[in-house]
Design a protein around this ligand. Sequence first.
Ligand SMILES: C[S@@+](CC[C@H](N)C(=O)[O-])C[C@H]1O[C@@H](n2cnc3c(N)ncnc32)[C@H](O)[C@@H]1O
Length: 371
Amino acid sequence: MKYLLSLSKQNLKLSLFEALELLDVKKYELNENFLVVDINDKNKARKDTFEKSKSTKDTPKKEILNIFKRLAYTNYVDEVLFESSLKDLVGKIKLFNWQEHYSTNFCVRTINIEHENEKKYAGIIWNKLKAPKVNLTTPKTLFVFVKADAKIYATKLLWKNPKTFLKRKAHLRPALHPSSLDPRLAKACVNIAVGMKDIATAVKNKDKIKGAEVKDNRSKTTAKITMKTSAEITVLDPFCGSGGILIEAGLMGFNIVGCDIDKEMLIRAKTNLRHYKIKKFSLELHDALKLNRQVDAIVTDIPYGLNTKPVDIDKLLKQFLKKAYLYTKQMIIAFPSTIKYRKLLGKWKLKKEFEYYIHKSLTKRIILVGR
Ligand SMILES: C[S@@+](CC[C@H](N)C(=O)[O-])C[C@H]1O[C@@H](n2cnc3c(N)ncnc32)[C@H](O)[C@@H]1O
C-alpha cells in the first residue's frame, strides 16, 4: 500500500528524516514536500506483523495508523489510490472504483491543481457512487488530488495532524523555563531516536514476546520477533531541565527517566509531567556525567546558558559523549551550532545532523549518533 505524506516545510530535512526513521523505509519518492512510501517495502518482520492485522477498505491497518499518529513534522497522511499524469487524469477518474473507498459522505480537494477542477472531479465521482452524499465541511471521505512535480496522486485522507503539541509550548506549561525545547522538535527527536525499527526489532525469542512469529532466514527456524511496546522502552534525558523532551516521550508512552543537577529544574519537570497526566516517570538529582544505567535511547539538549562558557560546553559535551557510549546504542543530542563537535564524538558514529533555527542569536545543531 502506498501512502503520501505531506511534510512540513518548516525544516524539510528534519521532516523527511523523522518520517523515514519512524516508518523504517529505505525506498521512497520525494516530490517537493510530498513523500510517497510503499509500506510493503518493509522488512519481513514488520510486514508480517502488519499483515496480521485485519483491515477493511474503511479501516486502515491500525498499526500503520498508530505509527503515522506519532509523527510531528508530517501535516497529513493520505492513502494513494492511483497515480496519473494530468492529461490522463479525467479518464482514470472515470474508470476508478470510488465506491470501494467511500463511506457515509464525501468531498473532493485539489492541491497544486486549479481549484475549479474540484467540482469537475467531484461530479464524475458522484456519478460513480451508489447513494452519494456530499459534506464540504466535515467529510467522512476526503478524496484529494495532489500534483507534485509532473505527477498526480489520487488519494484519500487517512490522518491529519491535530498538532496538539502547540498546546504544550513552554510558555503554556505550569512551570515555565525558557531553555525548554519546542515540543514539536522534542517529539521529532524522540521519534528519530526511537524509530519503529527499534520498537519492532527482530530478535530471537527468550525476552518478553509481543510480536508475531516470523521465519528466521539464517537458522531456518521460526523465531519470534520481540515487539517491544513503548512502555518497555526507556528514554533518558540526562539534562532534563523543566521536562520538555520527557513530556513528549511520556505522552508517546515510553518509560521516561530524567536527571538534572538543579533541584529547582526537577521540581519544574515534575509539575509539568503531572500537568500532562504522565503518571510514570523517574526524576533523579545528579550530574549527567554520573550516568549509571542502560537505556534504549538518550534524547537530550545540553546546557548552553549565558553563564556557561563555550569552552565548558565543549568539555561537558566531550565527557558526556564518552560516558553515554557505555549506556546506550543510540542518542540524539542538541547543542549550539557554533560548537565544533566532530572532534568530540569519540567512538560514536555520526548518522545524521540538522540545524534548527531558534532565534537570531541561537541556532541549534541536532545530531543523531549510533554505533
Ligand atoms: C537546555 S536545558 C534542558 C532543557 C530540556 N531538555 C527541555 O526540553 O526542557 C539544560 C539543563 O541541563 C542542566 N545541567 C547543566 N549541567 C548539568 C550536568 N552536568 N548534569 C546534569 N544536568 C545539568 C541544567 O540545570 C538545565 O536544566
